[in-house]
Ligand binder design. Structure first.
Ligand code: ME8
Length: 660
């Protein structure tokens, strides 16, 4: 039976263009998936998009398209980026795919039937952009959303909840006694912050928007975020649907990789869901930090769409090549820690490791084989004791890198390979081939040195190929390696390339970047992009775009409208209605002998704010009693994000004037 390996990225929100932050997880998973394929594993690498929710519904409304039309465009951009970055995913799940919707409904119903889901009421501080309820203690120092730092509002609604407490003990053990969580050091904060204080039940449905998977037995509700989103890891394999039949083959997953912002959901809620469904738990959850950017106050901030500080991967890829970008982001980020993105760091890294380190090793070796032997090595060799030490360093690489890849420590894997590259460059300095080349009698020694270097390049390039898949085949072409020479089982031995190997000089793999010129130019481009993104965001915040989608009531005719009589009236007296926080009682001069109107605006206006003002009165509304007080008509007011505002009328317009 072949060995199986299943790895997943999060499913991303298609609510804006993908950026370098998204690339990190996807490139990291891609590299591991490629490495495992190289080792002979049957790999399933899953990525996708998380397409439901209020935020998407709102963005679509702002653009005047349906939510599906909106996400289709962005999903296309994600897919284009993944193809550009050479992402070799085996499956792409969209939570709007029919099979996923069907499975989520079944999963929700199963959890309900098993008694893990019940109906209740949700209330709390809600952040609309982040679609998250927060407790008071979670809010930031300004009482705003701890993630995007925008204002939150109080909200309450009927909702279904999932019980979490039955799973608390097992989850604590999973986090503290197994190696599920990577790095395990993060278990302490999860246990102390969430499990020890008592696991809170999870809100799993919403009634305040419709763009989601409907709860099959209560269609007022749509499934809210996590049951929909997390299930993707199993529905994409065919769990509770017939679209695929890979569940038994690939579940449980070997690695889920996510950033720390969604660690809690994957470390606590996902295992709880699987326990409730009686399914095996994934083997590892690898949590990395954020790619951050230097913020205005000098502190680094998460790179994110909602902060508008994103770096466009296409801009970088066009300038330096996709592999250089892949290498840079993977090399900088240690598992669990943040990594600051800066053009300076990136360009220096590309120059030092790729241009001067690896690129130089390849070009020097190939150039010398060409210069001294016309490209084809002679078979007469002379070895030296130094060679054995060099070979043992290179032969130690593959097992070391295997270990790091298995532990999802990609930075360390790359560091190990580059130690091999440095060792090879040092071997050139030690053996001084340019001196050997001048003396005919030393040619057998020179041939041995160059062969050893070509072998070192064969092994290091094969180990690098999962991380930099576009460039390494070019290296193989240059060093005369065939596809079978770079197979995994040949990476732990020397002497694989033919004795009389022929090299082919080729293009420069990683051109050296003129750092001073480039940093300035790139900083300029990225700054302009960011300013444009931030201007767009602050426009949204200033209310230039409506916060809620506008839904018009059904059309009426002019005759319908003519039935409503709106007239100008002046407030002559006003007082609060007794025992009511909300109601004001207004005496109006309506040009018809006067009348009394009760209005629910006491939270927004004091009586003295209104006395003497002219306003609009719906004059032919049927009288009602509010809190026992007669109300003859209604005054016009607007709902705004800052509360209700009465529509006042210019003082020059006489009372009683008809408004049409
Ligand atoms: O959270 N640095 O989607 P999302 C590193 N749909 N990684 C980053 C990053 C940054 N600056 N910004 C984003 C969601 N990421 C949910 C997930 S999963 C069942 C549902 C990456 O679009 C990182 O992998 O906000 C993070 O976990 C993911 O994008 C969140 O993407």
């Amino acid at each position: 039976m072949s060995k199986k390996f299943y790895i997943t990225t999060p499913i991303y929100y298609p609510s804006g263009n993908p950026h370098i932050g998204h690339c990190y997880t996807t490139v990291a998973c891609d590299s591991i998936a490629r490495y495992k394929r190289m080792q002979g594993y049957d790999v399933m690498f899953l990525t996708g998009t998380d397409e439901h929710g209020l935020k998407i519904e709102q963005k679509a409304a702002e653009e005047g398209v349906t939510p599906k039309e909106y996400v289709d465009v962005i999903v296309d951009r994600f897919k284009k980026l993944w193809s550009y970055m050479n992402i070799s995913y085996d499956r792409y799940i969209r939570t709007t795919d029919d099979y996923h919707v069907e499975s989520v409904q079944k999963i929700f119903k199963t959890l309900y039937d098993k008694g893990y889901i019940y109906k209740g009421k949700y209330s709390g501080k809600y952040c609309t952009p982040c679609e998250s309820f927060w407790t008071d203690s979670q809010l930031d120092e300004h009482g705003c959303c701890p993630e995007c730092h925008r204002p939150v509002k109080f909200a309450e609604e009927e909702a279904y909840f999932m019980k979490m407490s039955p799973f608390a003990d097992r989850i604590e053990k999973l986090l503290t006694e197994t190696d599920y969580l990577r790095p395990k050091t993060r278990a302490v904060e999860l246990v102390n912050n969430f499990i020890k204080p008592g696991l809170e039940d999870l809100c799993v449905s919403r009634t305040s928007f419709t763009w989601g998977v409907p709860v099959s037995f209560d269609d007022k509700h749509v499934v809210y975020v996590w049951i929909d989103a997390l299930s993707n890891y199993i529905t994409a394999l065919g769990y509770e649907n017939s679209a695929y039949a890979d569940f038994d083959k690939f579940w449980p997953a070997d690695v889920h990789m996510v950033a720390k912002d969604i660690m809690r959901f994957h470390a606590i809620i996902w295992p709880a869901m699987l326990m409730a469904l009686d399914l095996p738990l994934p083997k590892h959850l690898a949590v990395h930090g954020w790619i951050t950017m230097a913020g205005k106050n000098g502190e680094s901030e998460k790179m994110s769409k909602s902060l508008g500080n994103v770096v466009d991967p296409f801009v970088l890829g066009e300038r330096y090549g996709q592999d250089a970008i892949r290498y840079h982001i993977l090399r900088e980020m240690a598992l669990g820690a943040d990594s600051l993105f800066s053009n300076e760091i990136m360009i220096n890294r590309i120059n030092s490791d790729l241009a001067n380190g690896f690129g130089n090793l390849v070009s020097r070796t190939v150039a010398m084989a060409d210069k001294y032997f016309g490209g084809t090595l002679p078979t007469e060799r002379e070895s030296d004791a130094l060679d054995e030490e060099f070979k043992s360093v290179i032969l130690g690489l593959c097992p070391t890198v295997d270990g790091f890849v298995d532990e999802t420590k990609i930075k360390q894997a790359l560091e190990a390979i580059f130690e091999g590259v440095s060792r090879a460059n040092k071997y050139i300095d030690e053996t001084e081939p340019w001196k050997l080349g001048k003396d005919e009698s030393k040619k057998p020694r020179l041939a041995a040195v160059l062969y050893n270097l070509l072998e070192a390049i064969r092994i290091t390039s094969a180990l690098l190929a999962p991380f930099m898949p576009t460039t390494m085949p070019k290296v193989w072409e240059q060093i005369g390696a065939s596809a079978s020479d770079v197979e995994y089982d040949k990476l732990s031995k020397f002497g694989v390339l033919p004795e009389d190997v022929t090299v082919h000089k080729g293009e420069i793999l990683f051109p050296r970047i003129d750092a001073d010129k480039e940093i300035e130019e790139l900083n300029d481009i990225l700054r302009k992009n960011m300013e444009a993104a931030q201007a767009k965001l602050s426009g949204e915040e200033k209310g230039e775009a409506p916060a809620e989608p506008i839904e018009l009531a059904p059309e009426i005719t002019i005759d319908d409208f003519a039935k409503v009589e709106i007239r100008v009236a002046k407030v002559t007296a006003c007082e609060k209605v007794k025992k009511s926080d909300k109601l004001l009682c207004l005496q109006l001069d309506d040009g018809m002998g006067g009348r009394q109107v009760v209005s629910g605006i006491a939270q927004y206006y004091a009586p003295e704010d209104l006395i003497g003002k002219k306003l609009q009165l719906i004059a032919n509304l049927k009288p009602v009693k509010l809190r026992g007080v007669d109300s003859n008509g209604m005054i016009c007011a607007a709902d705004t994000p800052d509360g209700v505002k009465v529509i006042f009328v210019d003082d020059s317009i006489p009372v009683g004037s008809k408004i049409r």
